[in-house]
Write a protein that binds this ligand. Structure first.
Ligand code: NAD
Length: 474
C-alpha cells in the first residue's frame, strides 16, 4: 500500500486476502470476485424521541452467500460506516470458512451511541431497524442471521426476534432468525462466554506447539506469561474470566475507553468483575492502579497482548512501540495491514482474528442448529448415558468386590449436558483449526499464521466457485 494513504478497514482486510491469494497463486479475477461485497442495504431509522424526529443510518452488508444463511453480528456505535460494515462482513465469510461453519458472511450496523438512549427508546429503534432488514430480505432464519457485536447484546437479539415473529408468526423456525439470545428465548448455554473462551483456547493451542512458543520465547505454561487485554466488554470480560479461573493467568493490565488498570503482580479478575458490574467503571478499583491514558495499554511490556475492543488500534503510528511476543486478535481487525507486516518482520507472532474470535460464530451455529431442530443438545441421551455408566460401575464393583470412591463415580457417571457439549464442540473446532493453520504454514513456507489462516478460507471459497461456477456472459 502507498505510504501517504491511510487504508480503510475494508482495504486492510482486502490486503490480507490479496497476500494469501498470491501465496496460493490464485487468479486475479477469482480473487476480485471473492473479495467483493455481494450486496449492501442502507436504511434510515426515523423515530420521534421526546417530540423530536431523530434519524439513524444503518447498514446490513452481505459479503458472501455461497452458504446460507449469511451470518454476522449487529454493531451499535456512533462511529460505524459502510466501509467498516463491509469489512466486518468480509471477515465473517473468511472466519466461517476457516473454522468450517456452513455460513456465508454478513454484518449489520446502526450509527447510534446507545448510551444516550433509554431502554424503551432503544427497543423501538431496534424494532424499526430489524423490520427494515426483514422486509428487504436481509434478516431471516434461512437467509441472514444476526448476532451481538459491539454495543448490542442478548437484549437487542430478543427484540430482533420479536420483530421477526410479529411479521412471520407462521414461521416455525422464528427462533433461528438471530443468535446470541438469552436461554429463556432459545439461546444456548455457553454462547455469552463463547468468544472469550475461544480466544483462550487459541492461546492454549499456540502454547502446545514447541516450534511456536520457542521461537517467540513464551513460556508453555500459560500462567507464567504476563498478559495485557484491551477492552472489558462482552469479549474482554469473559476472556479475562476464563484466563483467570481456568489458567490462573497473570493479567497485568486491562484497558477501557477511559483508561487502564495496571498491577504488575496480576489483577484479581473475580474482584474486578464484582467492582465493574456494580460501577460500570474501572475507577476506584482497589486492586490496581488506574491510569487515564487508554491508548497506552497497548504499549505496556508483556508476553501476550490481546486487543479485544476495536479495529485498527495497532497501526503504523504505534507499531514500533509494541513490546510483546504474541498478539492475539480477540477484536476484529485490531492490527492494520502495514503494522502486521512490521510485526512479522520483527518476529512478533499475530494469532489472527478470523481464527481467534471465531468462538462466537461457532457457538452461534450450535444455537441456530438447536433452534431449527427444536431440541436442546443432550436432552435425549443424557440420562441414558448416566444409566449405562451406572450399570458399568455396578458390574466393576461386583466383579472386583471393591467400591469405587464417590468423587470418581460422580465424574464418570455425569452425562453430557448442553454446556458440556457446547464447550467440547468449541474446543474441538479451535484445536482442529489450529492444526490446519500449521499445516498451511508448513506447505506455503515462511508465511504468517494469518496468511495460513486466510489460505484455508480461500482454498474453500475457490473450491466452491469451481464446483458451482460463476455465471457466464451470454
Ligand atoms: P462490547 O461493546 O461488548 O465491548 C467493547 C468494549 O471495548 C467496551 O467495554 C468499550 O467500552 C471498550 N472500548 C471501546 N473503545 C475502547 C478503547 N479505545 N480502548 C479500550 N476499550 C475500548 O463489544 P464486544 O462484543 O466485546 O466486541 C469487542 C470486539 O470483539 C469487536 O471488535 C467485535 O467485533 C469483536 N467480536 C465480538 C464477538 C462477540 O461475540 N461479541 C465475536 C467476535 C468478535
Amino acid at each position: 500500500m502507498k505510504n501517504d494513504h491511510i487504508p480503510t478497514f475494508k482495504e486492510n482486510v482486502d490486503a490480507f486476502v490479496l497476500k494469501a491469494s498470491k501465496a496460493l497463486k490464485l487468479s486475479d479475477d477469482l480473487i476480485d470476485h471473492i473479495r467483493t461485497t455481494h450486496s449492501v442495504l442502507q436504511v434510515n431509522v426515523g423515530i420521534k424521541i421526546k417530540n423530536k424526529i431523530e434519524n439513524f443510518t444503518g447498514w446490513r452488508a452481505v459479503h458472501s452467500e455461497h452458504r446460507l444463511p449469511s451470518k454476522g453480528g449487529i454493531r451499535y456505535s456512533a462511529d460505524v460506516n459502510q466501509d467498516e460494515t463491509e469489512a466486518l462482513a468480509a471477515l465473517m465469510t473468511y472466519k466461517c470458512a476457516v473454522v468450517d461453519i456452513p455460513f456465508g458472511g454478513s454484518k449489520g450496523s446502526l450509527k447510534i451511541d446507545p448510551k444516550k438512549y433509554s431502554e424503551q427508546e432503544l427497543k423501538s429503534i431496534t424494532h424499526i431497524y430489524a423490520e427494515k432488514l426483514i422486509k428487504k430480505g436481509f434478516l431471516s432464519p434461512a437467509i441472514n442471521v444476526p448476532a451481538p457485536d459491539v454495543g448490542t447484546g442478548e437484549r437487542e437479539m430478543v427484540w430482533i426476534m420479536d420483530a421477526y415473529k410479529n411479521l412471520f408468526p407462521n414461521d416455525i423456525n422464528y427462533l433461528a432468525c438471530v443468535t446470541g439470545k438469552p436461554i429463556a428465548y432459545g439461546g444456548i448455554r455457553g454462547r455469552a462466554q463463547a468468544t472469550g473462551r475461544g480466544v483462550e483456547e487459541s492461546i492454549r493451542e499456540y502454547l502446545r506447539h514447541e516450534q511456536l512458543y520457542k521461537r517467540t520465547k513464551l513460556n508453555p505454561n500459560l500462567s507464567k506469561n504476563t498478559i495485557v487485554i484491551q477492552g472489558f466488554g462482552k469479549v474482554g470480560k469473559s476472556l479475562a474470566e476464563e484466563l483467570f479461573t481456568r489458567d490462573h493467568a497473570k493479567i497485568i493490565a486491562i484497558g477501557e475507553y477511559n483508561g487502564y488498570l495496571y498491577n504488575e503482580k496480576g489483577i484479581d479478575i473475580a474482584l474486578l468483575l464484582k467492582h465493574f458490574d456494580k460501577t460500570k467503571n474501572f475507577k476506584n478499583f482497589k486492586g490496581a492502579k488506574f491510569i487515564e491514558k487508554p491508548a497506552d495499554v497497548l504499549t505496556i511490556a508483556c508476553d501476550i497482548l490481546i486487543p479485544a475492543a476495536m479495529e485498527s488500534v495497532i497501526n503504523r503510528a504505534n507499531v514500533n512501540e509494541i513490546k510483546t511476543k504474541l498478539i492475539v486478535e480477540a477484536a476484529n481487525g485490531p492490527v492494520t495491514y502495514n503494522a502486521d507486516e512490521i510485526l512479522h518482520k520483527k518476529g512478533i507472532d499475530v494469532l489472527p482474528d478470523i481464527y481467534v474470535n471465531s468462538g462466537g460464530v461457532v457457538v452461534s451455529y450450535f444455537e441456530w442448529v438447536k433452534n431449527i431442530t427444536h431440541v436442546r443438545f443432550g436432552r435425549l441421551q443424557r440420562r441414558y448415558e448416566e444409566n449405562k455408566m451406572n450399570e458399568l460401575i455396578q458390574v466393576i464393583e461386583d466383579a472386583t468386590g471393591r467400591s469405587i470412591p464417590e468423587k470418581y463415580k460422580n465424574n464418570v457417571i455425569h452425562g453430557a449436558q448442553e454446556i458440556d457439549l457446547v464447550n467440547s464442540g468449541l474446543e474441538d473446532v479451535m484445536r482442529e483449526t489450529f492444526k490446519e493453520i500449521l499445516k498451511n504454514m508448513k506447505n506455503l513456507k515462511k508465511v504468517s499464521l494469518r496468511t495460513a489462516a486466510y489460505a484455508i478460507a480461500l482454498n474453500k471459497l475457490k473450491q466452491y466457485h469451481k464446483d458451482m461456477g460463476v455465471s457466464n456472459a451470454h
